[in-house]
Design a protein around this ligand. Structure first.
Ligand SMILES: NC(=O)c1ccc[n+]([C@@H]2O[C@H](COP(=O)([O-])OP(=O)(O)OC[C@H]3O[C@@H](n4cnc5c(N)ncnc54)[C@H](O)[C@@H]3O)[C@@H](O)[C@H]2O)c1
Ligand SMILES: [Zn+2]
Length: 317
């Protein structure tokens, strides 16, 4: 927010007293921050005619979006994503919310933005690790969509790493389109939207066991390889899928190994608090192949025996 939010407000003639900032990082995505922000808005006399403009990464987008969803029973939100992850993923589709001690994103609301504005040159100030974390969601989109999308991403990996604007523009254009297409078919995640959770059951578990010290995208990267292993072990996918996912992670400079100090049992236990668990059973969005999610007939969720999860995690070290 201080980097881009205040200058943006100045240029728009918005008084600085209307700008609320948070401490950077996942640790701000909490109910107490939601309470602090809504209290400040009430104190400063923000009315029903307010519009929340969320300038920042996915943390700001999710938190400010949840503030907008609930303030005076809902005011409009404009998302101005400043990370790659937020541009191609978090700012689109209306999921907002906060984390709780029990897990990530467990309290929230669907609240679609009235506008999403992504200004690509802001990515030049983004730390490289954060940029790569965004590429993990791009890889997820490629893997769940088609070989063509996956190939485009890998063919452009070098240009993207150099932050070349034409490649970035095409990346954001393609990946916004992928996310919009899925979300339009299934806003409330009753079916096809679950495919966007590929890599996330394990990914969220690792993220929460790391106490959010690891980046969301890094955890999803590791999660995608582990979940490809699970699919292969369950004979849902061919073993070659595992090699393809690993090669893609390497090409994009993404991690693929579960941190040594994290016990597989601890990660397994953490999967149970993920909101993809239904009636106690954890559901995975598994790939049958690139562009093909398993269990399309039964809502895209597959339950996996604990021993298969543990084996896949052990193999990912
Ligand atoms: N709502 C959704 O559909 C959805 C989808 C995916 C992820 N998410 C959520 O998004 C969050 C992760 O978002 P993120 O990866 O954007 O992380 P983030 O919001 O924590 O931002 C990463 C870091 O980069 C800084 N930053 C942001 N833009 C910058 C810029 N242009 N230059 C320099 N620094 C900049 C931030 O201050 C922060 O320190 C997670 O909480 C995740 O759950 C939500
Ligand atoms: Zn994600």
């Amino acid at each position: 927010m201080p980097l881009y939010g205040i200058p943006l407000a100045r240029r728009l003639g918005v008084p600085e007293t209307d700008c609320l900032t948070i401490v950077a990082g996942e640790s701000s995505k909490t109910r107490s921050e939601w309470a602090r922000l809504t209290d400040l808005m009430l104190e400063r006399g923000f009315g029903r005619d307010s519009v929340v403009v969320a300038v920042g990464g996915g943390v700001v987008g999710d938190l400010a979006g949840f503030v907008a969803a609930t303030y005076m029973r809902g005011v409009p939100v404009i998302q101005v994503p400043t990370t790659l992850l937020a541009m191609i993923d978090a700012s689109i589709g209306g999921k907002t919310g906060v984390d709780t001690d029990a897990g990530k994103n467990l309290v929230g609301a669907f609240h679609e933005p009235v506008l999403v504005l992504a200004d690509l040159p802001v990515l030049r100030t983004l730390p490289p690790a954060e940029f790569r974390a965004g590429l993990a969601e791009a890889l997820k989109h490629g893997l769940i969509t088609s070989t063509g999308e996956l190939d485009w991403l890998l063919a452009n990996a070098a240009a993207l790493a150099r932050l070349e604007l034409p490649a970035l523009r095409e990346l954001v254009r393609r990946h916004v389109a992928i996310k919009v297409r899925v979300v339009k078919r299934d806003m409330h995640e009753a079916g096809v939207r679950k495919t966007l959770n590929f890599g996330h059951t394990i990914g969220h578990a690792i993220e929460s066991v790391s106490n959010y010290a690891m980046l969301h995208g890094e955890c999803v990267a590791i999660g995608m390889l582990a979940e490809a292993r699970i699919a292969s072990a369950m004979r849902i996918a061919a073993p070659s899928l595992v090699d393809r996912v690993r090669a893609a992670l390497d090409a994009l400079g993404l991690p693929s190994s579960v941190p040594r100090q994290m016990a597989s049992d601890t990660i397994l236990a953490a999967t149970r608090t993920d909101k993809k668990a239904r009636a106690g059973a954890v559901e995975y969005a598994l790939l049958a192949d690139v562009g093909q999610i398993a269990a399309a007939d039964s809502g895209y969720g597959t339950s996996v025996p604990d021993s298969v999860v543990v084996d896949a995690l052990n193999a990912s070290r």
